[in-house]
Design a protein around this ligand. Structure first.
Ligand SMILES: *[C@@H]1O[C@H](CO)[C@@H](O)[C@H](O)[C@H]1NC(C)=O
Ligand SMILES: *[C@@H]1O[C@H](CO)[C@@H](O)[C@H](O)[C@H]1NC(C)=O
Ligand SMILES: *[C@@H]1O[C@H](CO)[C@@H](O)[C@H](O)[C@H]1NC(C)=O
Ligand SMILES: *[C@@H]1O[C@H](CO)[C@@H](O)[C@H](O)[C@H]1NC(C)=O
Ligand SMILES: *[C@@H]1O[C@H](CO)[C@@H](O)[C@H](O)[C@H]1NC(C)=O
Ligand SMILES: *[C@@H]1O[C@H](CO)[C@@H](O)[C@H](O)[C@H]1NC(C)=O
Ligand SMILES: *[C@@H]1O[C@H](CO)[C@@H](O)[C@H](O)[C@H]1NC(C)=O
Ligand SMILES: *[C@@H]1O[C@H](CO)[C@@H](O)[C@H](O)[C@H]1NC(C)=O
Ligand SMILES: *[C@@H]1O[C@H](CO)[C@@H](O)[C@H](O)[C@H]1NC(C)=O
Ligand SMILES: *[C@@H]1O[C@H](CO)[C@@H](O)[C@H](O)[C@H]1NC(C)=O
Ligand SMILES: *[C@@H]1O[C@H](CO)[C@@H](O)[C@H](O)[C@H]1NC(C)=O
Ligand SMILES: *[C@@H]1O[C@H](CO)[C@@H](O)[C@H](O)[C@H]1NC(C)=O
Length: 442
C-alpha cells in the first residue's frame, strides 16, 4: 500500500514537470499537488461535483518591484483556463493593481505559493472594485465559473492599513472585500493565508458546491484606527457551502449567513476576537424575502468575542440603529439551524437570538412582530465562560411574538458567567423557561 502510493505521488510530480511552461518562466516554480480535504465530520447531504485533472501548467512571473503584475496574471489564467494549473511561485511577491474579473473560469487550479498583495491606490480601487450591490459590498476581484480550485500555501494580502485610516476619516468610503467568490459552481479554496483585508475577508455570493478548508485569517491595524467590519465569511444567495478547519483572528462576525444561504456546514473553526457565528441580520428591507435554512455549525472554539451563536432578525416595523444601519419589515424564514459543540472563553453572550434587532423598545417591537419567522433551531453542547459584560446574564433569547418563533431547543449549555450564574434574558419564546434559567425582559 505504502509503496504504491509513493509511486503515485512520484508520477504526479513527474507529470507536473512534463507539462511545465518554458524553462525561463518556470525556474524555481514547481506545481503543488491539489489538496484533497475531506468534508468531515458533517456534510450538507448534497454531493460535490468531481474536479477534472489538469493537463497544462502556466507559471506567472512577478516583476518583483511593485509594478502591477495583473497583465501577467491574466495572461497565465487565459492560457491555462479550461484544463490547466496556474502557479504563483513560492517566495515571489506579486502586486495586483487592477480589478480582475475572473468570473469566466472553468476547470482551472490557481496554485498560490507566493504572496499576492493588492496595491494601496485607494482612489483607483474605489472606482474600479466590483460592486456587489448587497450592503454596498465591493470586491478587489471576483472569482467564479465552474470547477475552480485555489490553494498552494501562499498569502493574499489586502494592504488594509491605508483603508483602516481612510475609513476613520469617512465612513462612506467603500472598502474592497479581499476575496470575492461570485457565481462559482463547484470548487475549493484551501491552504491559504488571508491578511489585512480592508473589510470582510470573504464574500460568497451566487455560488454553490464550494468548500473552504484550512484557511488562516489575520491582520489588524497598527494605527489608532481599528480594522472594522472584518467578517471572516459572509454567504449570500448560495447553497452547499462548507467552511471548515480554519483559524480566524478578526474583529467582526467569524462567519455570517446573509439572505438566501441554504445547506451550509461550518465546522472545526477557531475564532478569536469576533462577533460570533451569525445568522443575519435578516428582514432589514421592507417586503423583501430573506431565507436562511439547513445550517449545521459544529465544533467551534470562540474566544474574546461578543457572541457565540447569534440570530438577528429585524422587527416588523422600521427602526434606526444608527445613521447607516436602519430597517425592518422584511419577510422570510430562518429554519433548521443547528449549533452543536462550542467552547467559549471571554464571550459576552453565549447565545443571542433577537427578533427585535435595531429596536431597543421591546414593547414597541412586540406591537409589530417580525414577518420573518424563526423555527427549528437547536443549540447544544456549549461549555466555557462568558465575559463580565452582561453578568449575571450569559445569553439573550428574545422574539417579537410566540407566533413567529417556534421549536427553539436549547440543551446542555454548561456555560457560566464570571460570577457563576447561568441566567438568560428571555421573551416571547414558548416553553423557553423549561430549557434555560430565565429572567424576563420588558
Ligand atoms: C486523474 O489523475 C489521477 C492521478 O494521476 C488518476 O488516478 C485518475 O485516473 C485521473 N482521472 C482522470 C479522469 O483522468
Ligand atoms: C519592474 O520590473 C519590470 C519587469 O521586471 C520592468 O519591466 C520594469 O521596468 C520595472 N519597473 C521599475 C519601476 O523598476
Ligand atoms: C503605498 O505603497 C507604496 C509601495 O509599497 C509605498 O511606498 C507607499 O508608502 C504606500 N502608501 C501609503 C499611503 O501607504
Ligand atoms: C461602484 O460604485 C461606486 C459608487 O457608486 C462607483 O464610484 C464605482 O465607479 C462603481 N464601480 C464600478 C466598477 O462600476
Ligand atoms: C447574483 O445573481 C443575480 C441574478 O442573476 C444578480 O442580479 C446579482 O447581481 C448577482 N450578484 C450578487 C452579488 O447578488
Ligand atoms: C450604501 O451607500 C449609500 C451611498 O453612500 C448610502 O446612502 C447607503 O446608506 C449605503 N447602504 C448601506 C446598506 O450601507
Ligand atoms: C494547511 O495549509 C498550510 C499552508 O497554508 C500547509 O502547510 C498545511 O499542511 C495545511 N494543513 C493541512 C492539514 O493540510
Ligand atoms: C431569496 O429567495 C426568495 C425565495 O426564493 C426570493 O423571493 C428572494 O427574492 C430571494 N432574495 C434574494 C436576496 O435573492
Ligand atoms: C436540516 O439541515 C440538515 C443539515 O444541517 C439536513 O441534513 C437536514 O436534512 C435538514 N432537514 C430538513 C427537514 O430539511
Ligand atoms: C416604547 O413603546 C411604547 C409603545 O409604543 C411606548 O408607549 C413607550 O413610551 C415607549 N418607551 C420608550 C422608552 O420610548
Ligand atoms: C406582517 O405581519 C403583520 C402582523 O404582525 C401582518 O399584519 C402583515 O400583514 C404582515 N405583512 C406581510 C407583508 O405579510
Ligand atoms: C438553573 O440554575 C440552577 C442553579 O444554578 C442549575 O442547577 C440548573 O441546572 C439551571 N438550569 C438550567 C436549565 O441550566
Amino acid at each position: 500500500m505504502r509503496v504504491s502510493s509513493f509511486v503515485a505521488v512520484a508520477l504526479l510530480q513527474a507529470s507536473g514537470f512534463a507539462f511545465a511552461a518554458p524553462s525561463l518562466e518556470s525556474r524555481g516554480a514547481k506545481a503543488s499537488r491539489r489538496p484533497n480535504h475531506a468534508v468531515a465530520p458533517f456534510h450538507s447531504g448534497k454531493a460535490f461535483p468531481a474536479s477534472s485533472n489538469r493537463t497544462k501548467t502556466c507559471t506567472v512571473k512577478s516583476s518583483g518591484n511593485g509594478t502591477d503584475d495583473s497583465p501577467a496574471i491574466l495572461k497565465a489564467i487565459d492560457d491555462c483556463n479550461d484544463g490547466g494549473h496556474v502557479v504563483f511561485g513560492a517566495g515571489e511577491k506579486y502586486t495586483i493593481g487592477t480589478a480582475l474579473d475572473l468570473t469566466h473560469l472553468k476547470h482551472i487550479d490557481l496554485d498560490i505559493q507566493g504572496t499576492l498583495q493588492f496595491s494601496n491606490d485607494t482612489t483607483y480601487w474605489q472606482s474600479h472594485s466590483f460592486n456587489q450591490t448587497f450592503q454596498n459590498a465591493t470586491t478587489f476581484f471576483q472569482l467564479g465559473g465552474e470547477d475552480v480550485n485555489v490553494y498552494g500555501g501562499g498569502t493574499i494580502d489586502g494592504n488594509g492599513q491605508v483603508w483602516y485610516d481612510l475609513y476613520a476619516a469617512n465612513i462612506y468610503v467603500l472598502r474592497p472585500i479581499l476575496f470575492g467568490t461570485i457565481g462559482l459552481k463547484g470548487g475549493s479554496i484551501s491552504d491559504l493565508n488571508l491578511r489585512y483585508s480592508p473589510q470582510w475577508y470573504n464574500f460568497v455570493a451566487n455560488s454553490s458546491d464550494v468548500v473552504f478548508s484550512n484557511i488562516t485569517i489575520a491582520g489588524g491595524s497598527v494605527s489608532k484606527n481599528p480594522a472594522k467590519n472584518t467578517d471572516g465569511w459572509d454567504t449570500y444567495r448560495s447553497s452547499n457551502i462548507v467552511i471548515q478547519n480554519s483559524h480566524i483572528d478578526n474583529g467582526d462576525d467569524c462567519v455570517s449567513f446573509k439572505p438566501n444561504s441554504t445547506d451550509i456546514v461550518v465546522q472545526n473553526l477557531v475564532c478569536n476576537g469576533s462577533h460570533g457565528i451569525s445568522v443575519g441580520s435578516l428582514g432589514q428591507y421592507l417586503g423583501e424575502v430573506d431565507n436562511v435554512k439547513n445550517v449545521y455549525v459544529y465544533n467551534i472554539s470562540m474566544s474574546n468575542a461578543s457572541d457565540g451563536a447569534r440570530i438577528k432578525v429585524w422587527p416588523g416595523i422600521s427602526s434606526a440603529l444608527s445613521g447607516d444601519l436602519q430597517g425592518g419589515g422584511g419577510l422570510g424564514a430562518v429554519s433548521n439551524i443547528t449549533y452543536d459543540t462550542m467552547v467559549l472563553d471571554n464571550v459576552d453572550y453565549a447565545i443571542e437570538i433577537t427578533q427585535c434587532y435595531g429596536q431597543k423598545n421591546i414593547t414597541l417591537c412586540n406591537e409589530h412582530p417580525a414577518n420573518l419567522t424563526i423555527s427549528d433551531i437547536t443549540i447544544k453542547h456549549f461549555t466555557g465562560t462568558t465575559s463580565d459584560t452582561y453578568d449575571p446574564l450569559i445569553g439573550y433569547l428574545v422574539c417579537s411574538s410566540e407566533k413567529v418563533c417556534s421549536n427553539i431547543e436549547i440543551e446542555d449549555i454548561q456555560v457560566l458567567s464570571p460570577s457563576g450564574t447561568n441566567e438568560f434574558a428571555c421573551g416571547s419564546i414558548a416553553g423557553i423557561e423549561q430549557e434555560v434559567n430565565c429572567t424576563a425582559v420588558s
